[in-house]
Ligand binder design. Structure first.
Ligand code: IMP
Length: 184
């Protein structure tokens, strides 16, 4: 499917990445991760909610022994498109990650505050290693220095929806990545 063939969910949206673009990036990420984590039985730690679509495509593309965990943090209030900067753990880790190789799976890094918080939270639990895999990154918006070891796409400073990402809980179901047109 090309960008032109994708139906627009709302007229003021434009397609940033097609489902095909996203799947190609995931295949590339999976190849890199498989090389580094073969025989390590890593724990893939998804940061909810936005990661759920990416996580499920990534683990199937990886096709190797691994375990999954989720945690849920919140930094946006309803209707906001900016991080409040104050992170709350909504649901922490259930199992132990001590001496395990942990790969944090993030849908998108914006200011970097969430990933930074999650990395600190995990390191206190003494894993053997922690790395970060993010599908999208708005590098121009980082407010803290975050290491992204596996990155799908660098994207411009625009608010995006689809492929698990929402605006006020809407549009997570869209198979591609969309942003609002700038002239609207
Ligand atoms: P950060 O803490 O500013 O890096 O924000 C990370 C979280 O904010 C992500 O996990 C998303 O849930 C959310 N987020 C950041 N940018 C966007 C966006 O453009 N669309 C939807 N959600 C976003």
């Amino acid at each position: 499917m090309t960008r032109k063939d994708i139906p627009l969910p709302q007229p003021q949206m434009e397609v940033l990445f097609t489902p095909g673009d996203i799947q190609s990036a995931i295949a590339r990420l999976a190849q890199e991760i498989r090389q580094d984590y073969r025989d390590k039985n890593p724990v893939l730690l998804g940061v909810l909610k936005g990661c759920f679509v990416f996580m499920s495509d990534l683990v199937r593309a990886l096709d190797m022994p691994l375990e999954i965990e989720f945690m849920s943090v919140s930094s946006y209030g309803p209707g906001r498109t900016e991080s409040s900067g104050e992170i709350r753990v909504v649901q922490g880790l259930r199992g132990t990650i001590r001496d395990r190789h942990v790969l944090v799976v993030e849908d998108i890094v914006d200011t970097g505050i969430t990933v930074d918080f999650v990395l600190r939270y995990l390191r206190r639990r003494r894993p053997a290693s922690v790395r970060v895999c993010a599908l999208f990154d708005k590098a121009a918006r980082h407010r803290v220095d975050v290491p992204i070891d596996y990155l799908g796409f660098s994207i411009p400073d625009r608010f995006v929806v689809g492929y698990g990402l929402d605006f006020d809980e809407r549009f997570r179901y869209l198979p591609g990545l969309y942003c609002l047109k700038e002239d609207d």
